[in-house]
Design a protein around this ligand. Structure first.
Ligand code: ADP
Length: 355
């Protein structure tokens, strides 16, 4: 089940799409959902298939400008980009809360626009906002959600026990949610989303707002979900480490467009093993030109202001230092480090993902 509260302004178009919901309430949501329970898309279809998907909000903001990607069953797929890149809008369209302006999106073969109930029936979402009921215990929240989804009591009890264990809430599950910390609540939200045994789980910025230790605990929980057979996870994040650690493949989003899509390893491979970085007083372009002339820097070296980034590929850092000395470049803060997805993003867009 999807709860239609969003961190952003509501999409007026979504009212039209959600128009079928009141009639579902009258007929009994669980009956409708039960009737599609067990239905799966045709064999071999991608878990998520997005083609030429576009969203222009009323007022003309082009949040998503025609994106294409497919996610295989069982894959963990990340949408990585800074705030405002269009990640939440994309998740909104995939979870039927935002109406696409054009293009198509299918979940397990079901079109989110023409078959929204079926698309929702095979998916679950954890948005940034809390949706659990604070006075109730964690267990009561999960049981309520199972009933709404028409999951039989016996199945629900077993599944809830297993999920509570998987998200590490066994000790707390019978306490009121109001007593949970932010990280514990987020883990409960994930368990709740899994009660319906979705084929596709959407996580919108799952660790945003959590302190670093709790973030890492939650990342472990999410990484642990990978072992769930056949479940596909699509997550949005502006944290590079999160994308690198969790995702099989990452789509890098910039201003509503996908500018890179591959496994983190493949995205990073182009930079070689080490990157040299320094700050230069004087012309950064001249510094790069000198390093290129001597064969140390390739076409992928770049500067943002006075900060120069040089993927070293097969060169040892001493080669670059020799050029810097020989050319008497005035540099400071010189360091080598491994490439990150931020370098990929910076190289592709000329901007950093502030994280
Ligand atoms: P992200 O999730 O990557 O931060 P969003 O999808 O939230 O990006 O936003 C993409 C763009 O669309 C931003 O410019 C944002 O201000 C705009 N936007 C998001 N929601 C709405 C809305 N309901 N109405 C108008 N503009 C919106």
């Amino acid at each position: 089940m999807h709860v239609f509260n969003r961190k952003e302004r509501p999409d007026p178009d979504a009212a039209a799409l959600g128009a079928d919901l009141p009639s579902i309430e009258r007929r009994g949501r669980s009956a409708v959902l039960r009737s599609i329970d067990g239905l799966v898309g045709p064999a071999g279809v991608p878990a998520v298939a997005v083609a030429a998907l576009r969203k222009t909000y009323p007022g003309g903001v082009e949040a998503v400008k025609g994106i294409d990607f497919e996610v295989r069953a069982g894959e963990v797929f990340g949408l990585l980009g800074p705030n405002g890149a269009g990640k939440s809008t994309t998740i909104g369209m995939l979870t039927t809360t935002v109406v696409p302006t054009s293009g198509t999106a299918r979940l397990a073969g079901y079109d989110v626009t023409s078959q929204p109930l079926l698309a929702r029936g095979v998916s679950s979402v954890v948005f940034q906002d809390a949706v659990v009921d604070r006075p109730l215990s964690g267990r009561a929240n999960l049981e309520l959600h199972a009933r709404l989804w028409g999951v039989g009591a016996g199945t629900a009890a077993g599944r809830i026990g297993e999920l509570v264990d998987a998200v590490g809430l066994t000790e707390l599950i019978d306490r009121p949610v109001a007593s949970y910390s932010g990280g514990q609540r987020r883990r409960l939200e994930i368990a709740r989303a899994l009660v319906s045994d979705p084929r596709v789980l959407f996580l919108d910025e799952p660790t945003v707002g959590l302190d670093p230790r709790i973030r890492h605990e939650l990342l472990d929980v999410i990484a642990g979900l990978r072992t769930r057979q056949e479940m596909t996870i699509v997550l949005t994040t502006h944290y590079l480490d999160e994308a690198q650690r969790l995702c099989d493949r990452v789509a890098i989003i910039h201003q509503g467009t996908i500018v890179g899509l591959d496994s983190p390893a493949a995205l990073l491979a182009g930079f070689g093993r080490e990157i040299l970085e320094f700050r230069v007083s004087g012309s950064a372009d001249a510094a790069i030109a000198a390093l290129r002339d001597r064969g140390v820097a390739g076409s992928d070296a770049f500067a943002v202001g006075a900060r120069v980034t040089v993927p070293l590929h097969e060169h040892p850092p001493t080669d670059a230092l020799a050029v810097i000395d020989g050319e008497q470049l005035r540099v400071s803060e010189i360091a080598t480090r491994s490439p990150t997805l931020d370098d990929v993003y910076l190289h592709l867009t000329g901007e950093r993902i502030a994280a």
